[in-house]
Design a protein around this ligand. Sequence first.
Ligand code: SF4
Ligand code: SF4
Length: 187
Amino acid sequence: MSIPKINTKNLFPNISETCKNCNTCCNTYGWLLKRESEKFIKNGYPIVQINKSLFCIDSFKMDSKGNLILDKIPRCKFYKQRQCLIQDEKPFDCKIFPIKVKFYEDTCILGLSLGCKYISNLNDKEKNKLYKRVISFINNYPKKELIEYLDLMYKVYLISKPKRFWMKKLMSFKKNECSWNLISLHN
Ligand code: SF4
Ligand code: SF4
């Protein structure tokens, strides 16, 4: 029997069952990779360019002068009735959630958000199995695309106020000139 390849659709088995009763997701800027921003523009989806280099979904409210309120994390405009309206086209950052990344200067820690009910509802055995699954997924993900994603999130980190959240650390990467190299596993 062949084992199905892990991809963004099956990475977190049965997660949608928990999501249906959760409603805490999608308070986010919705950062877009370059090719995603091009696709969003083509589809007529609203996006915003920040700092002349980063693109995100335009879910922002406006102030009384008609300016977008950019410093408040909005709830994504594609989140309706407890689900995402653009499942297949949603950003990679959304597709891999509850995987999250944190940066400490030129080090990136990749892990799982402990604020996600899907993760907190798992027992220890299930958690350990999932940690291995996530590490395997990341290790087998096309390197160029992983670097592209980490570069994007690093640029976001450089312009953002520190955001505190708890996560289970799984992997650490170190930045060099044009890549991110795996330096340790935390599982
Ligand atoms: S926080 Fe986790 S369980 Fe809740 S909606 Fe988001 S992914 Fe689903
Ligand atoms: S694109 Fe979809 S998954 Fe991503 S934040 Fe918006 S509603 Fe949520």
